[in-house]
Design a protein. Structure first.
Length: 328
């Protein structure tokens, strides 16, 4: 069989990656039917999962799950794809190719399968699908066609690691050079101007990023992700404003932190928009997004503490009240 997985297999991995939103990929691929999904938000709809919603299905009862048949380029509806008298699952155990009639149907060695591919995967999902396919083939060879629980778990964790890597290694794009420090700017004036801008800038957004993503996945209406354009635009506008704002010296670190939170959130939302065509990228966006939510909570605590140190008070009509009441 070829080195690169088929388009159908990549589509299957895409579905598996979307399922990761609810955290039950391992149970979907390797164990019995998964429990009913819970929000973000009941990600898996029947229309989206289609024929692959039960990854343990073996339609032709040949010993290979349907998703494995896709990987081996066998027919999931035919017990003996190559009509050579041996069921597909048995051929795999014997080290034979279920798509090629015997006797000259010996599977290539793993190192042969691992030769450089002639086609380059275009999306992160494609690359993860390729990596998963190669590791699956390696495991099959090492286990005689019957991976044990440890090998299955290792494969699943490898897929998870591929996803986590990009999110964990993501670095802030802005630094101290993007902050204009002015010792003459009163802290209260700075906070009033910044708070008023944030209130006005985000006032028109009708839905949160998570609500938009949740609805798009649960209804399989990915056109709804276009709504994120408004949110992304608001975050970018806020970053541009912060770059031009003059900042009291003792608020500079928090100012920079806020800029990076908003900038990263815009990037995260843009990744989330790719969920349909590149689910892996969407998942990284979701992970990055939640990282920013955590940072935003800490930012809120820090700026409230500084306001208290400076003995500042704000009335509800003042812009600085934003940080007292809402944090962000």
């Amino acid at each position: 069989m070829g080195y690169l997985p088929s388009k159908n297999f990549i589509a299957l991995v895409s579905v598996a990656l979307v399922i990761l939103f609810t955290g039950w990929f391992v149970s979907l691929v390797w164990n019995s039917a998964p429990e009913k999904s819970k929000s973000v938000s009941q990600v898996v709809s029947n229309s989206f999962l289609a024929a692959y919603q039960d990854a343990n299905r073996d339609t032709d009862n040949d010993g290979l799950k349907d998703w494995e048949e896709i990987l081996w380029k066998a027919d999931p509806n035919k017990t003996d794809t190559d009509s050579d008298g041996t069921p597909d699952g048995e051929e795999i155990k014997l080290g034979r190719d279920p798509a090629i009639a015997g006797p000259n149907d010996k599977l290539k060695k793993t190192e042969e399968e691992g030769k450089p591919a002639t086609a380059t995967p275009q999306t992160l999902t494609d690359r993860i699908a390729q990596k998963f396919a190669v590791e699956y083939l390696t495991t099959q060879g090492a286990s005689g066609g019957n991976p044990n629980d440890f090998q299955k778990k290792s494969l699943s964790e490898s897929l998870m690691t591929s996803l986590a890597k990009d999110a964990l290694t993501f670095k802030d794009q802005l630094d101290a050079r993007n902050v204009i420090i002015n010792k003459d700017v009163p802290a209260k004036s700075y906070l009033n101007e910044l708070g008023a801008f944030l209130d006005k800038n985000f006032a028109g957004l009708k839905e949160t990023e998570i609500d938009i993503l949740d609805n798009a996945i649960s209804t399989s209406n990915f056109d709804g992700l276009k709504k994120l354009d408004a949110n992304i635009s608001a975050y970018k506008k806020a970053v541009d404003f912060l770059k031009k704002e003059k900042v009291p010296e003792n608020y500079a670190p928090m100012h920079l932190e806020l800029m990076n939170i908003l900038n990263n959130t815009a990037i995260a939302a843009s990744y989330m928009q790719m969920t349909e065509k590149d689910p892996a990228k969407g998942l990284i966006g979701l992970s990055l997004y939640f990282n920013q939510v955590e940072r935003a909570v800490n930012f809120s605590k820090s700026i409230k503490a500084q306001i208290k140190i400076d003995a500042l008070e704000f009335k509800p009509a003042e812009g600085g009240y934003h940080f007292v009441k809402y944090g962000l």
